[in-house]
Write a protein that binds this ligand. Structure first.
Ligand code: ADP
Length: 255
């Protein structure tokens, strides 16, 4: 692998006395599509939240785009990252959550343009143009002036994806983005993510319970249990010929 876009070494994360991530090592190549699967509580969401700097870490090291995420160097020595460093590093990464988290009192287009204007100094005209392009891309060009409350769950989630993309991140994180949707709305969201995976060279990490989608979407599947990677490999290998007993028993239950 060339220089990985994300490099994780001996990552530790505890909440009080509960160890959630226990010595994780992981390299992710630029453009790679990764699916994280495993039982509830195995630490998958925590990894995404750490990468998004929504959680701090208890030990280890993470580099994103060749730079330490939680440390920075000053005067030749390393020290904990300050807010300016975290803010700069966050620009590499976008995240879509299970519960869309749209701003309820802003229109669909305003939801998408707010952050580029406020945090990246985009002009209103540029942000609007790009916002409309993104809405077109997620199939919601005609909803720009609607309020979130007028949309279905699947439409809200597609707006949330467009909003994350508006900041032009190199890495996108998707945390169980279809779990809160009615079954008939899941497909339209997965279709947008498929298109993103096919048509962009964005690095994408996905936590999902949709095993069929993980199979079709991912270059590599990681099976987590108790804060560790138990097994990883190409989807065909993990889903049709898993090696580890824990992977086998998880897949038997879920598929
Ligand atoms: P997964 O995504 O695999 O279901 P999570 O990463 O959400 O797992 O959670 C891993 C463990 O960490 C769970 O036991 C969960 O209860 C715990 N946990 C997550 N966030 C917090 C928090 N903010 N405070 C305390 N415990 C937490």
């Amino acid at each position: 692998m060339d220089q990985p876009i994300i490099r994780i070494r001996d990552l530790q994360k505890s909440f009080g006395r509960l160890t959630v991530i226990d010595g994780l090592d992981l390299d992710i190549a630029k453009g790679e599509k990764l699916a994280l699967i495993g039982p509830s509580g195995s630490g998958k969401t925590t990894i995404l939240r750490i990468l998004m700097t929504l959680e701090d870490i208890s030990g280890g090291r993470i580099e994103v785009c060749g730079e330490p995420l939680f440390h920075m160097s000053r005067n030749g020595t390393e020290e904990p990252a300050n807010d300016a460093h975290l803010h700069r590093m966050r620009r590499h990464i976008g995240m879509v959550f299970q519960h869309f988290n749209l701003f309820p009192h802003k229109t669909v287009l305003q939801n998408i343009t707010l952050a580029p204007v406020l945090t990246q100094g985009a002009t209103r005209a540029d942000a609007d143009r790009r916002g409309r392009d993104l809405l077109d891309m997620v199939g919601l060009a005609d909803k720009a002036d609607h309020m979130p409350s007028q949309l279905s769950g699947g439409q809200k989630q597609r707006v949330a994806i467009a909003r994350a993309l508006a900041l032009q991140p190199q890495i996108m994180l998707f945390d169980e983005v279809t779990s809160a949707l009615d079954p008939e709305l899941v497909e339209e969201v997965l279709e947008v993510m498929h298109r993103l995976a096919r048509e962009t060279d964005m690095t994408m990490l996905l936590v999902t319970h949709e095993m069929g989608f993980a199979h079709d979407f991912a270059d590599r599947v990681l099976f987590f249990d108790k804060g560790r990677i138990v097994e990883q490999g190409p989807p065909d290998q993990i889903f049709t010929a898993p090696q580890e007993d824990r992977t086998k028993s998880f897949l038997r239950k879920i598929i």
